[in-house]
Each structure stands twice: as structure tokens, then as C-alpha cells.
Design a protein around this ligand. Structure first.
Ligand SMILES: Cc1cc2nc3c(=O)[nH]c(=O)nc-3n(C[C@H](O)[C@H](O)[C@H](O)COP(=O)(O)O)c2cc1C
Length: 201
């Protein structure tokens, strides 16, 4: 399936009875390389349809590994990186819940400020402002990111907007830069949060 549908392509599938659609936004942080096998496929197995959008840097990582095509194949939807042309229809269906995971420190800062300079950020910033579907963010950050003077105000801004931040030792204990522990992201915990927010119908 093309990532760039033409204006006369059929409209993307609409939300149907019994389905819930996850809008997954992936940034260039550790864990992005495993997003298909660790999060997308398990979410589909739990009954989610998954519409994936990558930041440009995450897009370059996953293009290099062939994962963009693999994600499109398992989701049945284009894996978005570039914005659509004005003549093209939006390729993703309406979303019931948004998840930004992994969220880099860079992406979190931009989300807090409302910067939409990529398709991924445009989608996430609109979701935060619209408040029509829950927005969950898993920050994959280290102690230096958190030590930046703007960090706390970014978190405050996002919380005030109703964003659910998956922070703390139960999700990802902080570590100094370049010393990430050899442990996987808490994929099952993250999926559990989504299931609680939007139960299977
Ligand atoms: C191998 C590698 C791993 C990285 N892991 C992280 C990470 O876990 N968290 C983070 O905030 N940045 C991480 N970065 C830095 C981000 O990729 C960088 O800030 C990038 O600009 C983020 O872009 P994006 O937010 O648009 O995806 C990593 C970079 C590399 C090369």
C-alpha cells in the first residue's frame, strides 16, 4: 500500500462496530526499532486497529530496517512519515486513542509547545488540542533530559491539557545518558493503559 495515496484513492476505512483504532506516533528513541513486534502486533491481537505515524528521524530508522513496509503490511494502513499533499485524502481512519511511544525528549518538548513541523507532531498536537480522544505519552528519556530547565514546565503543560504521561520507575527508571539499562520497554503495561482508557467493545 502506498504511503502517498492519490486524491482519487478510496476513502480510508471508517470506524466500525467492534473496532477501536489506535493512533500510534513513534519518535526516534530507544524501542522504536521494535515497535511492530512489541506493540503493534500485540495491540492488533487485543482487537485494536493501529494507524502508525513516524517522526522523520524515526522514519529514516525504520526505512533503513525495512520496518515501514512491515508495519503497513500488519496494520493494513499506510505507515505515515511525510505529510499528505493537499489533493490527497487523509490515509488514516478516525482515532479512538492516541499513543506517543516511544516519545523522545525532543518530541515531548515540541508537543508541549504545540509545534507541528512534521506529520507526527501535527497529528499529536491536534489530538492534544481537540480533546476528543485520550492522548497517552510514554517518555523514553534519561536523567539529562529531565534535568533540562524547561522539562518540568513541559510536563505541566501536557498534564493541564489532559495528556496521560506514563512516567516514573514503574514505567522507565531514569538513568544517566548513554547508560540505558538492558531492559525492554514496559510494552504490556502501556497496552494495559490503553485497554483501560478504551475498553474493547
Ligand atoms: C541510537 C539512538 C538512540 C536514541 N535514543 C533516544 C532516547 O531513548 N530518548 C531520547 O529522547 N532521544 C534519543 N535519541 C536522540 C533522538 O533520536 C534525537 O533527539 C532526535 O532528534 C529525536 O527526533 P524526533 O523526536 O523527531 O523523533 C537517540 C538517538 C540515537 C541515535
Amino acid at each position: 500500500m502506498s504511503a502517498h495515496p492519490q486524491h482519487d484513492d478510496p476513502a480510508p476505512p471508517r470506524r466500525g462496530a467492534g473496532t477501536r483504532t489506535l493512533g500510534l506516533i513513534v519518535s526516534a528513541a530507544g524501542g522504536a526499532e521494535r515497535i511492530r513486534s512489541a506493540l503493534v502486533v500485540p495491540a492488533i491481537e487485543r482487537g485494536w486497529r493501529v494507524a502508525v505515524t513516524l517522526t522523520p528521524t524515526a522514519g529514516s530508522w525504520l526505512a533503513d530496517s525495512g520496518e515501514i513496509e512491515a508495519i503497513a503490511a500488519v496494520t493494513g494502513l499506510p505507515c505515515r512519515v511525510a505529510p499528505r499533499m493537499p489533493t490527497q485524502q487523509p490515509p488514516h481512519p478516525p482515532i479512538d486513542c492516541f499513543l506517543v511511544c516511544p516519545a523522545s525528549a525532543n518530541t515531548i518538548s515540541k508537543l508541549a509547545l504545540g509545534i507541528g513541523d512534521s506529520q507526527a507532531l501535527t497529528t499529536a498536537c491536534e489530538a492534544i488540542g481537540a480533546r476528543t480522544a485520550p492522548v497517552v505519552v510514554f517518555p523514553k528519556v534519561n536523567a539529562a533530559h529531565v534535568g533540562h530547565p524547561a522539562w518540568q514546565s513541559h510536563l505541566t503543560a501536557l498534564r493541564r491539557a489532559g495528556v496521560r504521561l506514563l512516567l516514573g520507575d514503574e514505567f522507565w527508571p531514569l538513568h544517566p545518558p548513554r547508560s540505558a539499562p538492558v531492559r525492554d520497554l514496559p510494552w504490556r503495561k502501556i497496552l494495559g493503559v490503553l485497554d483501560d482508557l478504551v475498553p474493547a467493545r
